[in-house]
Ligand binder design. Structure first.
Ligand code: CAA
Length: 382
């Protein structure tokens, strides 16, 4: 059966996220974006955590909210209407690699750190390297077995939350000759000796989310911090990306696209003569197209989440949704900019911010071209 009515629990989380976005995120979002607050917005992140909106996918036994992907996506959309970067940070804290491949001891040791009520840690998923972006299988960070330990060496770049997070999931190769079959995931705590942080990126958008590089120089971790078996890492990373792409890119993208539509409609209503606007097809058709595209992307997000929540394969839906929702947000923000003209090009409306933020959705967590590659391979093979 197909139903579109949200459950009581889903409505509760949607309303909670909406109220938080309106009351807590919106008033500070523009200040963070404009660099008026130099510090990382920890106070906001702590409040998000107090409301259970930070580590939504982590089971309650470890301090999270225990939400499924669909409910998490519904809440992330609301957060993203106010600020894409804050919503993205929340999505990363569901900490999927540990949930996918962590054993009970690893979950018990590390999940409570990211969910700590007084001092929430953040999570890092570190795959990308200076010479391995889209071709994730060619990473060169090494993990050398040394008795009951591993010694990690290498560099990771464009890593969200690097330097802030308490726990790092690092993908490294135990044997380059094995290609992707050598890639393995490791848990690296922030205080590990030899872990150092590099330049904080000055980004075009998503300025409320921290992005930085880090180095691993003879970082020694116990064997018990390995995720799964040697060689499982590539699949773990791809499985996590199936979920992350739907949450971090697509649910966030629906929120940004919706914000662009809502601001455009608000603008025309505030102008006063709405009847005159209704006769301007150059305006109204754009609004109709934007609204339809947001609706379509949301339905794709919900379907992808529902499938993965049922344990069904989600790669195709996730990939289709990734590029559709990312492109939709870019287009919606661009149309809103065109409709509002000078008003949107200035800071009177946050539309110029949506334009900058939305562009990242086509780039991160696998470019939209990677998403098209994955989807088209599956369509042709299926
Ligand atoms: N789930 C499970 N297994 C999967 C999988 C999935 N979604 N996708 C692939 N695999 C498995 C395949 O079945 C295959 O296994 P076998 O060898 O046993 O058959 C293996 O992995 C290799 O798959 P491919 O042949 O498809 O690999 P490829 O090298 O041809 O292509 C790619 C892979 C899709 C291009 C991949 O490299 C990719 O996704 N690249 C983009 C990387 C990316 O998204 N980076 C973003 C990092 S995170 C970020 O940006 C932001 C942040 O800070 C969080």
């Amino acid at each position: 059966m197909i139903g579109f009515e949200l459950s009581e629990d889903q409505q509760k989380w949607r309303d909670k996220a909406k109220a938080f976005a309106e009351n807590e995120i919106k008033p500070v979002s523009w200040k963070i974006d404009k660099g008026l607050t130099q510090e990382y917005p920890w106070p906001l992140i702590k409040k998000l955590n107090e409301q259970g909106l930070l580590s939504m996918g982590v089971p309650e036994t470890y301090g999270g909210s225990g939400l499924d992907l669909l409910t998490t996506a519904i809440a992330l959309e609301e957060l993203a209407v106010a600020d894409g970067g804050i919503s993205f940070t929340s999505s990363l804290n569901s900490f999927n690699s540990l949930m996918i491949a962590g054993n009970d001891d690893q979950k018990a040791e590390f999940l409570p750190l990211v969910c700590d009520k007084d001092n929430p840690g953040l999570a890092v998923f570190a795959l990308t390297e200076p010479n391995a972006g889209s071709d994730a299988g060619s990473i060169t960070t090494t993990a050398r077995a040394d008795g009951q330990a591993y010694v990690l060496n290498g560099e990771k770049c464009f890593i969200s939350n690097a330097g802030l997070a308490s726990v790092y999931i690092v993908f490294a190769t135990v044997d380059r000759a094995k290609g992707i079959k050598g890639i393995t995931g490791f848990i690296v705590p922030k205080d590990a000796e030899g872990l150092t942080f590099g330049k904080i990126e000055d980004k075009m958008g998503f300025r409320s989310s921290r992005t930085a590089s880090f180095n691993l120089e003879d970082v020694t971790i116990p064997e018990s911090y390995r995720l799964g078996k040697e060689g499982d890492g590539f699949k773990i990373a791809m499985q996590e990306l199936d979920m992350l792409r739907v949450l971090s890119c697509c649910a966030v993208g629906v929120g940004i696209g919706r914000a662009a539509c809502e601001d455009a409609v608000r603008f025309f209503k505030e102008q006063g003569n709405i009847k005159a606007v209704m006769n301007q097809q150059a305006i109204t058709f754009d609004l109709a197209d934007m609204t339809a595209a947001v609706e379509a992307a949301r339905l794709m997000v919900w379907k992808s989440c529902w499938k993965m929540d049922q344990g069904l394969p989600g790669t195709l839906d996730s990939s289709l949704t990734k590029f559709f929702a990312g492109d939709m947000a870019v287009e919606a923000a661009g149309k809103a900019l065109r409709l509002l003209g000078h008003h949107a090009y200035t800071e009177s409306y946050p539309i110029e911010k949506y334009v900058r933020d939305a562009k990242l959705l086509q780039i991160y967590e696998g470019t939209n071209q990677v998403a098209r590659l994955v989807a088209s391979r599956m369509i042709l093979a299926g």
